[in-house]
Design a protein around this ligand. Structure first.
Ligand SMILES: [Zn+2]
Ligand SMILES: [Zn+2]
Length: 344
């Protein structure tokens, strides 16, 4: 009886999930299902934390009627934070596969165009035709991607050591294979479980803005909670307990967000990634570089400019610094350097 009841329930569940998958194809993949559940949980959490204060705090409702702009700005920040979350989550971090394919396609198109322009001449002279074919054959041995990437490494570097064992692509400097996304990511920072995507060159700027907006929202909501708890209006004891518990959650989140914001601001100003900072000794291209020397640091202003506006070109890949450049970067700062603004 129990077994048949259990199998009936399983059949009903299977049929329901089949029907769901047919109407909503995104629910058929377990990974996408868990990502969507996480996003839904995040929206619900935001609605609860912001909604409770409007539910309990009558003073805030009165204030909203008197000064609607105050609540309007808060609602704008709330909506902007959620939009920023979804936009960041949906932005590609810059997968090496996409960039490699785009570069090889661009190179193939350029070769076809140059071949077409030379073709009429080749019909008049056979030797030109042979020359063109030979050149194309030689270029075909190594793809445009391989040549482009190998130029970013010091001469003599073996391509074998740079090939990703999972994607089988030659990785440019600063890229890494993400085991969660199962792809190589350009300028890999970390895989964010909260956003369900990697943070890399393509979405690091949006990620910073998301943390910034989330921090501001968290701070403002905490101020509203403190205002409610300090007010002298008559309140039910259980409402106070709920508000204190939620305020404790908000305070922990705020400390975490502030630290994360400061940490990423420091990384951006020194042109580093979380992965490079944490796994410095394990990264091949970082070995031999003295501590406190940031190999990709180009000065605070230039780093900030590239971080904010360099994303328009997804193909931006940084070459490893030469020995002379590293020596220059490791030179200690003097008073003259500060006066001449060497850091910028
Ligand atoms: Zn890979
Ligand atoms: Zn990832």
């Amino acid at each position: 009886m129990g077994v048949s009841c259990g199998s009936n329930f399983r059949d009903t569940w299977d049929r329901t999930s089949d029907r769901c998958s047919r109407f909503f194809p995104c629910f058929s993949d377990p990974a996408r299902r868990s990502a969507l559940t996480l996003k839904l949980a995040l929206v619900v959490l935001h609605l609860v934390l912001a909604g409770v204060i409007f539910l309990f705090d009558n003073d805030l409702i009165v204030k909203t009627k008197q000064e609607p702009w105050y609540t309007a700005i808060y609602v704008v920040l709330f909506v902007a934070t959620l939009i920023q979350y979804f936009v960041t989550s949906g932005t590609s971090p810059g997968y090496v596969f996409d960039v490699q394919r785009a570069i090889d396609e661009r190179d193939a198109a350029a070769r076809r165009a140059s071949f077409a322009s030379i073709q009429p001449a080749s019909s008049k002279n056979d030797s030109v035709s042979i020359t063109v074919d030979a050149r194309n054959y030689n270029r075909g041995n190594a793809t445009a991607w391989t040549k482009l990437v190998m130029d970013l490494y010091p001469p003599g570097t073996s391509a074998r050591n740079l090939t990703c064992p999972y994607c089988h692509f030659i990785q440019p400097p600063r890229s890494k294979h993400c085991h969660d996304c199962d792809k190589c990511v350009l300028q890999f920072d970390h895989h964010c479980v909260w956003l369900g995507t990697c943070i890399g060159q393509g979405n690091h700027c949006r990620f910073w803005w998301y943390i910034c907006e989330e921090t501001a929202l968290c701070l403002w909501t905490s101020i509203l909670y403190i205002g409610y708890l300090k007010s002298n209006i008559s309140k039910a004891w259980w409402a106070d307990i709920i508000m204190i518990l939620l305020l404790a959650t908000l305070s922990i989140s705020l400390i975490f967000l502030l630290l994360l914001l400061l940490f990423h601001s420091y990384l951006i100003m020194t042109n580093q990634t979380t992965y490079e900072l944490v796994r410095r000794r394990r990264i091949v291209y970082m070995r031999g570089i003295p501590e406190r020397v940031y190999p990709f640091h180009k000065g605070v202003c230039r780093n900030l400019y590239l971080f904010c506006f360099g994303r328009s070109s997804i193909y931006r890949m940084e070459a490893l610094p030469t020995a002379e450049e590293l020596e220059e970067k490791s030179r200690p700062y003097t008073c003259c350097d500060i006066l001449s603004c060497r850091c910028c």
